[in-house]
Design a binder for this molecule. Structure first.
Ligand code: DX5
Ligand code: ZN
Length: 220
């Protein structure tokens, strides 16, 4: 598989200059913008909402915006982010009372739909909705904060998710989020991921392009 996507998480960007930061990371070779939405309810942190997504579109960002909802409940935010120009919208299954319906809601707006699994959560919720998924996102840290260490047990889970996707015959991306660096990205890809979120590894570097280039080189 060679269709790898690198999705910098703007959680680690300088929010005082967000438009410039997004421009810079895309110019440095990023494929997508990963957009972390936290509500101080589903996770113990508070970030940005649909207005900021819309502002990035108005600013001229054309790249896919990958909205990761860490909110509960999810349906109102799905509607608002679809309106605000989101490309992918993913949510945690335990944050929706009707997972199948929320997935359908995302696609009804023409967005791509995904489910996110926390480190300790099994993949059961994906099993009967594979035909409604465009992405499965595995958290390799506990959601809520950037800059945490990759949880190694996620590698086995990636292999399990890869097998599930391959057996389904559906076109579903397998994304990994948390603690991804240029040093572990090859191992993560070998376990089955094709889409890589990286926040602190990219935005804490002086030269975004250097890190993204090194990541691509590791991916081969
Ligand atoms: C955590 C977020 C991640 C986070 C990743 O809840 O979903 O996207 O920003 O940051 P790093 O790459 O620093 O682990
Ligand atoms: Zn995320």
């Amino acid at each position: 598989m060679s269709d790898y996507k690198i999705a910098p998480s703007i959680l680690s960007a300088n929010f005082a200059r967000l438009g410039e930061e997004v421009d810079a990371v895309l110019a440095a070779g990023a494929d997508w913008v990963h957009f972390d939405v936290m509500d101080n309810h589903y996770v113990p942190n508070l970030t940005i909402g649909p207005m900021v997504c819309q502002a990035l579109r108005k600013h001229g960002v054309e790249a896919p915006i990958d909205v990761h909802l860490m909110v509960e409940p999810v349906d109102d935010m799905i509607r608002m982010f679809a309106d605000a120009g989101a490309t992918y919208i993913t949510f945690h299954p335990e944050a929706s009372r009707h997972v199948d319906r929320s997935l359908q809601l995302i696609r009804s707006f023409g967005c791509k739909a995904g489910l996110v699994f926390n480190p300790a959560t099994g993949l059961d919720a994906a099993k009967y909705v594979m035909d409604k998924l465009d992405m499965i996102l595995l958290m390799s840290v506990n959601p809520g904060f950037g800059g945490q260490k990759f949880i190694p047990a996620t590698l086995d889970k990636l292999r399990e998710a890869r097998a599930l996707i391959d057996a389904s015959g559906e076109n579903i991306r397998l994304e990994i989020d948390g603690g991804v660096t240029q040093d572990n990205i090859a191992e993560i890809a070998a376990a089955g991921a094709d889409t890589f979120v990286a926040g602190s590894a990219i935005f804490n570097a002086d030269d975004y392009g250097e890190v993204i280039t090194a990541m691509r080189k590791s991916l081969g």
